[in-house]
Design a protein around this ligand. Structure first.
Ligand code: AHR
Length: 492
């Protein structure tokens, strides 16, 4: 059974750049992300470069990581950067209070983070501590990272082996300060933000900790209290996670039925509503859209895999996660005028990870392949789109069957399409105004079952495959998109 979808692309109206930073990632000191995920485990014989896993570096370079956020998350508001510099044997240990109460030995600190960013070709994005730190500590960390002038912090960095300052644009001031970052009111945080931002002089792009999901009052207060100090804030962060169920009862990452699939995708589609509503408030104070909405935490959050540490947030990643990733990335592209960066949570072994590791093994998740497929959009120009598609109905809930975005770069039109339906394919007619394609190619991510995933020691179930597309006829292209799939179609 096939449905009908019609897409009109106004290639002659394309003007908004899709920031590559929309394809960003996030690495917190949480579970097995840093230790065992990107760093080799103690005693392991696997290939590494200065302790970083060669397999993970290779996979990330191949997928492309435009930007990497660190050190948290909740961890950021407990972190004293001075614990993570200097000879490793002298670094103090701390207790990671938010994530399992484990001991953090601080062997991965500022120098290691920037080294890793260079190895994977990512721009760094650092989150400062507001919850338990001081303005002076934050200002000195910025100076340590960015200063080239003789100063105590510059000298300290040089003593620790790094002569030149690092090249960095983005800093966030606090994280979830309505919650794990201090349970503050928006008024209190906004005042603190202004205070911190004043003294973090070397920062080119300062991001304020933003609202929790639909806390529109938070956005209103932040925008209002910084409106006469525009130089203090270039971005406002937003966090929104997709749970199939409720926070108290999230559901399994691998055992689920079609109803849970439908509900998960419906919950993820809410990202558009949140961007629009927070965006409307931002528009009041910033009609020229000079302040970016920075969705620096998004992705699925399920129950942890049975038998794993509840504080480590380790979950598997199925075809459902591929759809969640495809939908969110399409939404970010389509809102490129306001969304200037987004960071999936989190890169390796935590939440909606692109890579999972187990001892010496590594697997690439369905989400990995979506990021790899979508890298055609990095820095491309967004093509405005009109889409008419059928509803995908489940009980009394309905969602659009197809979700898409399109861009143009190097005279190539790229359209990424998600067919949300678990069992129905759809014929998609794409009409491009102001562009004639001579050839078309495609790629697809799909599986036999909605619950398919890649597992250790087993053949890969969900990967990136070539997808046959008929030749375009003038400015028209027709493709049949299988059920439960993410597809890339490119016209030249
Ligand atoms: O990504 C896991 C946690 O989710 C982050 O530490 C926090 O910012 C959010 O609540």
């Amino acid at each position: 059974l096939s449905a009908q979808t019609k897409i009109t692309l106004q290639a002659d109206q394309a003007k908004e750049r899709i920031n590559p930073e929309i394809y960003g990632h996030f690495a917190e000191h949480l579970g097995r992300l840093i230790y065992g995920g990107i760093l080799v485990e103690p005693g392991s014989q696997i290939d590494n470069i200065r302790g970083f896993r060669t397999d993970v570096i290779g996979a990330l370079r191949d997928m492309k990581v435009p930007i990497l956020r660190w050190p948290g998350g909740c961890f950021a508001d407990t972190y004293n950067w001075r614990d993570g510099i200097g000879p490793k044997q002298n670094r103090p240990s701390i207790v990671n209070i938010h994530w399992g109460g484990v001991t953090e030995d601080n062997s991965f600190g500022t120098h290691e983070f920037f080294d890793f960013c260079e190895l994977i070709g990512a721009e760094p994005y650092v989150n400062l501590n507001v919850g338990s730190g001081t303005v002076r500590e934050a200002a000195q960390w910025v100076e340590y990272i960015t200063s080239n002038n003789p100063s105590p912090m510059t000298n300290l960095r040089k003593e620790n082996g790094r002569d030149k300052p690092w090249d960095i644009k983005y800093f966030c001031i606090g994280n979830e300060n309505w919650g794990c970052g201090g349970h503050m009111t928006p008024e209190y945080y906004a005042d603190l933000y202004r205070n911190y931002a004043t003294y973090c002089g070397g920062v080119k792009y300062k991001i304020a900790g933003g609202p929790n999901v639909d806390d529109y009052r938070w956005t209103e207060v932040l925008m209002n209290k910084t409106q006469h100090h525009k130089f203090l804030m270039q971005g406002l962060s937003l966090h929104y996670y997709t749970f199939p169920g409720r926070w108290e009862d999230k559901g399994s990452s691998i055992v689920f039925d079609e109803q849970s699939w439908h509900q998960t995708l419906r919950h993820t589609l809410r990202m558009q509503e949140l961007i629009s509503k927070h965006g409307e408030i931002m528009d009041k104070y910033d009609p020229k859209k000079q302040i970016g909405l920075i969705v620096d935490e998004w992705g699925t959050w399920y129950d942890v895999m049975p038998g794993t540490n509840p504080g480590f947030l380790y979950q598997q990643n199925t075809l459902r996660d591929a759809l969640v990733a495809g939908i969110n990335l399409n939404i970010f592209n389509n809102n490129a005028d306001r969304v200037k960066m987004a960071n999936i949570a989190q890169m390796v072994n935590v939440l909606q990870a692109v890579i999972l590791t187990q001892g010496d093994e590594m697997i690439l998740t369905p989400t990995y392949y979506v990021f790899k497929m979508y890298n055609v959009h990095h820095g491309a120009t967004l093509i405005p789109m009109n889409i008419q598609t059928q509803d995908y109905v489940m009980g009394d809930q309905k969602i659009p069957m197809v979700n898409a975005s399109a861009s143009i770069k190097d005279k190539t039109v790229s359209v990424t399409l998600c067919n949300l339906h678990a069992s129905q394919s759809t014929k998609v007619e794409i009409d491009v105004t102001g562009f004639e394609g001579k050839t078309a190619t495609g790629q697809i991510i799909t599986g036999e079952k909605i619950t398919d995933y890649n597992d250790f020691g087993k053949p890969e179930m969900v990967g990136l495959k070539a997808f046959n597309v008929a030749k375009p006829k003038g400015n028209k292209l027709t493709v049949e998109i299988p059920a439960k799939s993410v597809v890339l179609v490119q016209m030249k």
